[in-house]
Ligand binder design. Structure first.
Ligand code: ME8
Length: 664
């Protein structure tokens, strides 16, 4: 059948961190659902996802692991693809920013922007956050730290190419004005306008000389393309833009929807449109910034979460425990769309038990069991309508429109609510019609009525299952198979617009259970045990590894007595001590080393209070080059000892020695 129109949907490309958690799966599961939905609308869908593989962070991690960046990334990318397989995510292309066609196209894009004057060479000084791969101006920092992740930033200066983003603020404001739907939800547009566009945009640093792991600027090889031009361009390079093979670009661009997490909206709703404007390309039709899955009030992130909670967050484990449909259902139903939502194992289990096992599972198992018991597994044809039939049928016939409205508003949770209203209405219909009483009556009218009730229930199940197809890849087909239907005309959206698609006389199988019914208390106890046991095992493994690596570390560090003599160690006495504001690890000390007094900033605040420190004899590295810590010039360092279990002690002398004494 000829396709009605094209639909191009994208996820952000993922950093290959390897610490995959259930939060990561959110964007992609939503996109897969919308892609499936539009396929069912008979549209020609292209669904893109992939990985964002360049940058300093990967370069550093690969170096630490003693492998090339590509060797470091490959298994992580395979791990991500495995997760998409488990969740039955059906993308049309998985782009890697290391793919040859992407690299070549990004070089062409960079050059084209340079030749048009939208990229120019200058020098950059800024505060760089390595984990976020973002430069910040001083005013953007929060308490001197990265405003996105709160981590430390480094002041960096280097020759760079810049994109003239400052030229585009007005055009982007106009874009928002003319297309109020461009950026959703609405609150995100206000944030972009007030925080970034109205104050004025600054030109964007788009190349680095210090990072080698990136796409080389082919007309100036000392530079690599800085991550955002590389990363954002994936949305067009994946379609063959700037290549001979650009059929997909011509067919699918502009994108119908860029779905992203809210933290990267600025890049998608300001920088990306500006790049496209500079390239004279059409703009995406819509950008949607979804909220986060939270644990304990924070964005779910594996490194943080593992320390503070016993929630199971690994997608592999969750899918192997509960199945792909349950995990997808939870993500799509539980998180209010556009807002943050709290993730707990308990809420996941409650959704599985409540909506899936009780409401849907029960409806299907009761209905198919009754058709088998009362009609030998042959679906009766309906007789006339009576009682609440009309009400039930109205809900069933309206569900397509209500789900479409919700999906057009990109509201997957509401769409599921609508489908489950039908499921719940059908369960209520069983209670209202009491088929078990009808079955006991011997007269023909009761038998006909029982047949109608069974038919109506079966038809409601068919409609619910079809409507659930974009959301859940497994159970709708399983349900339809109990009615002996697969891939036929009664499994498409057209067929649910009116009631009565099922034909009387078809064979109905008694359903096998669709979803596990879980003992929540027991399951939560087991999860907690599993997580705690794993954490203990990981800690043990770390401890085992530690001495080996220490031995290895020590080998190249062998030094001669002359080397040691370069270090001037002196005894000192602490005269004053105070906490450093907004730095919970640091103490600022005034230390006398004989005739000199010096300020030393030391990372001991977690172990010693300022009061404890005053009067202590300490060992000072006296000829250490002074360095600024939190804006305070620290002139030296104190010696401390820390063992594998984290026990910590300041190094001091056994008996009284005057301060300023040489330590050898
Ligand atoms: O940002 N809840 O990649 P990424 C919901 N490479 N969504 C979450 C989440 C959570 N707790 N944690 C992560 C990048 N995500 C860039 C994108 S696009 C040109 C470059 C989502 O691996 C996050 O919001 O950090 C984003 O949509 C996706 O995971 C990938 O994030």
């Amino acid at each position: 059948m000829e396709k009605k129109k094209t639909y191009y949907i994208t996820t952000p490309i993922y950093y290959p961190s390897g610490n995959w958690h259930i939060g990561h799966t959110y964007t992609t599961v939503i996109c897969d659902t919308f892609a499936r939905y539009h396929k069912m609308l008979n549209e020609d869908v292209f669904f893109l996802t992939g990985t964002d593989e360049h940058g300093q962070k990967i370069e550093e991690k690969a170096k630490a692991a003693g492998v090339t960046p590509k060797q470091f990334i490959d298994p992580l990318v395979d791990g991500l693809k495995d997760i998409w397989k488990l969740l039955d995510v059906q993308y049309d292309r998985f782009i890697r920013t290391t793919d040859d066609d992407h690299v070549a196209a990004v070089q062409k894009i960079f050059k084209a922007l340079y030749e048009k004057g939208d990229i120019y060479k200058s020098e950059y000084e800024g505060w760089y956050c390595t984990p976020c791969e973002a430069f910040w101006t001083k005013t953007q920092l929060k308490d001197g730290r990265c405003p996105d992740c709160g981590r430390e930033v480094k002041l960096e200066k280097e020759e760079s190419y810049f994109f003239r983003l400052s030229n585009y603020a007005d055009r982007i404001l106009k874009l928002y004005e003319d297309n109020p739907e461009f950026l959703q939800p609405k609150s995100r547009m206000n944030e972009m306008v007030n925080n970034f566009l109205k104050p004025g945009l600054q030109d964007l640093c788009v190349s680095r000389t210090s990072v080698k792991w990136g796409i080389p600027v082919d007309f100036d090889l000392s530079h690599t393309v800085y991550v955002w031009i590389d990363a954002l361009s994936n949305y067009i390079t994946a379609l063959g833009y700037a290549s001979e093979n650009d059929g997909n670009f011509k067919k699918y661009w502009p994108a119908d929807l860029h779905m992203t997490g809210k933290e990267i909206i600025r890049f998608h709703a300001i920088i990306w449109p500006a790049i496209l404007m500079a390239l004279d390309l059409p703009l995406p039709k819509q950008v949607y910034g979804h909220g986060w899955l939270l644990i304990g009030g924070d964005k779910l992130s594996k490194s943080k979460t593992d320390k503070v909670s016993t929630e199971l967050t690994d997608p592999h484990e969750l899918v192997s425990r509960y199945g792909c449909d349950c995990v997808r259902y939870f993500l799509l139903r539980e998180i209010p769309f556009g807002s943050d939502g709290v993730y707990t194992n308990e809420s996941l289990l409650k959704r599985i038990n409540g909506d899936l096992a009780n409401d849907l599972g029960n409806l299907v198992s009761r209905t198919t069991a009754m058709i088998n018991q009362y009609f030998g597994g042959v679906l009766p044809s309906p007789a006339g309508r009576e009682g609440t039939d009309g009400e039930l049928i109205a809900v069933a016939e309206g569900v397509y429109k209500r789900v479409s409205d919700a999906m057009n508003a990109l509201n997957a949770p509401d769409a599921l609510v609508e489908i489950f209203k039908l499921v719940q209405r059908a369960n209520k219909y069983i209670d209202e019609t009491t088929p078990w009483i009808l079955a006991k009556q011997q007269d023909e009218a009761s038998r006909a009525r029982l047949g109608t009730v069974m038919y109506n229930l079966a038809e409601c199940i068919r409609i619910s299952a079809i409507m659930l197809k974009p959301f859940l890849p497994v159970c709708p087909n399983k349900i339809l198979s109990f009615f002996g239907i697969d891939g036929s005309a009664v499994t498409d959206f057209e067929s649910v617009k009116s009631f009565g698609g099922l034909k009387g006389g078809i064979t109905v199988e008694k359903a096998t259970p669709l979803f596990p019914r879980i003992d929540v208390k027991k399951e939560l106890e087991e999860i907690e045990k599993t997580v705690l046991a794993r954490r203990a095992a990981e800690k043990k493994a770390e401890e085992k590894k530690a001495p080996v690596s220490k031995e290895n570390d020590q080998k190249p560090q062998e030094i001669t007595i002359d080397d040691f003599a370069k270090v001037q160690l002196k005894t000192g006495v602490v005269l004053e001590a105070e906490k450093v504001e907004k730095a919970d690890k640091l103490l600022k000390l005034k230390v006398r080393t004989g005739t000199e007094e010096r300020t030393i900033v030391s990372g001991i605040a977690k172990h010693y209070t300022p009061e404890e420190m005053v009067g202590k004899t300490v060992i000072v590295v006296a000829n250490l080059k002074p360095a600024k810590l939190r804006g305070i010039l620290s002139e030296g360092m104190l010696l401390c000892a820390e063992d594998a279990e984290g026990k910590f002690s300041l190094v001091t002398t056994l008996s009284d020695v005057a301060d300023g004494a040489e330590v050898r």
